[in-house]
Write a protein that binds this ligand. Sequence first.
Ligand SMILES: *Cc1c(COP(=O)(O)O)cnc(C)c1O
Length: 397
Amino acid sequence: MGGKIINNLSSFPVVFVSGKGAVLKDSDGKKYIDFVSGIGVNCLGHNHPAVVKALKRQVKREIHISNYYNSDTGLRFASRLLELTGFEKVFFGNSGAEANECAIKLARKWGYTFAENSGLKGESKQVIVTLKKSFHGRTVAALTATGQDKFHPGCFGPYPEGFRYIEAGDYQALENIIDDSVCAVLIECVQGEGGVNVIDRDWALALAERARKVNALVMADEVQTGIGRTGVFLASQELGIEPDVVTLAKGICAGVPMGAVLMRNRARDVFSAGDHQSTFGGNPLACSAGLVVLETVGKKDFLDNVSRSGEYIRSTIKGWNLPCIKEIRGKGLMIGVELKNDEKFTAGFVQKTLLEAGLCISTAGPYVLRFLPPLVITKKEIDEGLRLLYLVLSQKK
Ligand SMILES: *Cc1c(COP(=O)(O)O)cnc(C)c1O
């Protein structure tokens, strides 16, 4: 089976054939608790009845119609998404990287136009500031925006100019790095791939204030944190930074590919017709699943339950008092468990051992175990997953 699909992430010798809720079944009939949910994508778990029903209905009506026209499903999804988030316009693409590419283009045009209108030279305001340890995707500009050197190997260069990086929590750098040449700052409210780092609220507010002072847009990459993952619909709503632009993907359509960019205020009318487009973007099939997601995840009770489930997982692991654990971090159902440095007992080793035991988890770097369970995971499924986790982690002396 292996060898035919390029290994983007290290791949395991397991073939999944079906799933239900937070449980996956492989080709030998063995069951696994799913703490990965397709890297935060299957927010409503596997085989969710309402998602299946909506997709079936939509398949019979229309799968794709192109952006020359509107589909009723697409229009309904756009309206509901804007209504829930308080944004004014939306662009639909197909992935997180594509959403961030759109945000980068929007920010550059905003800076260019602003500079021109102020009598400056257009190119003098097109720098984008992102955070160290951030992750923004694998296309060339999104990679450049990613503030981790390991993502910038020479073989994929040259990388585009106009990106600067800032350390979260560094107040001095706000003044030094964010000057008048900056058109936007782009921030993950909780950094996912970079190690599940929760960004400090006071610093994030100072970042947003500094950005506004130099007439730069505030943009939040909520590809992972958005759509209820952290126990609020958008993590930026809780952080209070009031972004002009938010990028979404992963959980937005419960597993059908979709990326979206929300725009408001100064960012609302930056694009004119023809500036940006995507052939598959916003196709009705994805939107039909997305409507179910909005209807379900958009409810306060649902979000409160995400917070409670996350709190339960974190406090349970904490209560074990295991010597191999250095720190437990995260918000809602976006959780990182950092292990103490040990050459043998790495996150990768634990991940592999847990898979054999029947639990799927993800990692972020060599020592962080990363949990992104479906938002609908039940207490019973959590307990079974945690039982397996304890079995493996308590083996380490
Ligand atoms: C996953 C992720 C991306 C990239 O999304 P793709 O759909 O893989 O392109 C971008 N930003 C963040 C914060 C992510 O977690």
